[in-house]
Design a protein around this ligand. Structure first.
Ligand SMILES: [Zn+2]
Length: 423
């Protein structure tokens, strides 16, 4: 049976791979993965090169004042309301070639192909290369999507600086942004945002599916748990007389892990950092603090499990004769992806016989910010061995191309269906 696909084109495996390699060349440390930090020289070169590439492909380009780059195909019928597609151009230090970059490349190739074959769409499509997502240079994340969606609207950034003391404002100005030269980033005319991204986990690789249609991006809460006991001699203090912060921490970590495992298969909790004082072998620990990162797609589930953990902490605090306090420093709500767009993505995948599944995203993405602002769709392609944020990051060419194929068809249905003309 011939697969129905209006937009199928000789899948540009070589073109796609070549573009991934090309974009990965804009990096600070050549030879050790991709390091492309916000407003750095490499970052600006990458945005400028993408801008030229978009112009060669026939798109009208512009920046907003935070440095998000857009390639626009104006709609013939509806010029204002925009179907936006893309991902982020920044990377972590020594990251991979695909994180963020793949979403920009896929969007560009899809839109360039549609333009070549059908001319201008009836509804405006824009490819976006978002300036920042990772939080690798400055202590803030989602700087690109956060400005477009208004999250950073009234945020005071004067005190935000990188490790060398360069302020965000200074770096932004040096790169040519934040001076009012370009248009304001905030947008209210985005009809839909579609992001293709590598999974950065191993769900798709295990299932053998090429595409993951994300239903929810999980919510995240982070706490620091501080336990205050009494330090004393390791040899002369009987076990029953101790106020031991370390064994209390051990008991709590064991309890939390078991509790979370029992509560729900999608609930995950991590204690990734622990500090002990005085941290010497022959003294009972006086103070121990550890971090707790807990994630789920349902806010109600997070609320319930955290409340039960806090109740148990009270009991342990009395039993172990120590003080325990919790402070929360992250509270990111779960975000549901748009149901209509999910159905559309599933319809396209089914008709094109692309293997797909619905799934959750355990990591944060720009789609999370767009998801509370406009209808949003997040689609994953597999990561080999689930590896990401590493030079080892890799996605097979056939999976990359299936993602582009699906996005092309999806964009056609959303922006051309009302009358794009075949060239
Ligand atoms: Zn990413």
């Amino acid at each position: 049976m011939k697969v129905y696909s209006r937009t199928s084109f000789p899948l540009p495996v070589e073109q796609l791979n070549a573009m991934v390699e090309w974009l990965s060349g804009f990096t600070e440390n050549k030879g050790s993965g991709v390091t492309r930090l916000l407003y750095s020289e490499e970052w600006l070169e990458a945005q400028e090169a993408l801008k030229r590439k978009m112009e060669e492909g026939g798109l009208d380009t512009y920046y907003d004042d935070t440095g998000n780059l857009f390639g626009r195909l104006e709609g013939t019928i509806d010029a204002d309301s925009t179907v936006l597609t893309g991902s982020h151009i920044d990377s972590v230090v020594n990251g991979g070639k695909y994180d963020g970059a793949y979403g920009i490349i896929a969007s560009f190739l899809a839109v360039e192909h549609l333009y070549r074959k059908y001319g201008r769409p009836s509804k405006t499509i824009e490819v976006v290369s978002l300036c920042e997502e990772e939080g690798s240079r400055f202590p803030l994340t989602f700087w690109g999507s956060g400005n477009i969606t208004g999250v950073y609207k009234d945020k005071d950034i004067t005190h935000i600086a990188d490790k060398s003391g360069v302020s965000l404002k200074e770096a932004m100005n040096k790169a040519g942004f934040g001076r009012g030269i370009h248009r304001l980033p905030y947008r209210e005319n985005i009809e839909a945002f579609i992001e293709l991204h590598i999974e950065q986990g191993s769900v798709l690789e295990k299932s053998g599916n090429s595409l993951g249609v994300v239903t929810h991006i999980v919510g995240q809460r982070r706490y620091t748990v501080s336990i205050k006991g009494k330090s004393n001699h390791a040899g002369t203090t009987p076990m029953q007389d101790r106020h031991d912060a370390m064994t209390t921490a051990a008991e709590l970590i064991t309890y939390i892990t078991a509790k979370v495992q029992k509560a729900d298969p999608h609930l995950v909790a991590t204690v990734g950092k622990l500090d002990a004082t005085p941290n010497v072998p022959n003294v009972i620990a006086e103070e121990v603090s550890f971090t707790l990162d807990i994630r789920h797609y349902d806010e109600g589930m997070l609320e319930k499990v955290c409340a039960e953990i806090f109740q148990h902490v009270e009991v342990v605090s009395q039993e172990k004769k120590v003080n325990i306090s919790f402070s929360q420093w992250t509270d990111v709500k779960p975000v549901e992806m748009d149901a209509f767009l999910q159905e559309k993505a599933i319809g396209v995948s089914t008709r094109q016989q692309l293997s797909f599944q619905k799934m959750l995203s355990g990591a944060g993405h720009d789609a999370q910010l767009f998801g509370t602002h406009c209808p949003t769709s997040l689609i994953f392609v597999p990561s080999v061995n689930g590896v990401s944020h590493s030079p080892e990051e890799y996605t097979k060419a056939e999976d990359l191309t299936q993602g582009v194929q699906m996005l092309t068809e999806l964009l056609y249905e959303m922006a051309y269906d009302k009358g794009g003309e075949e060239k």
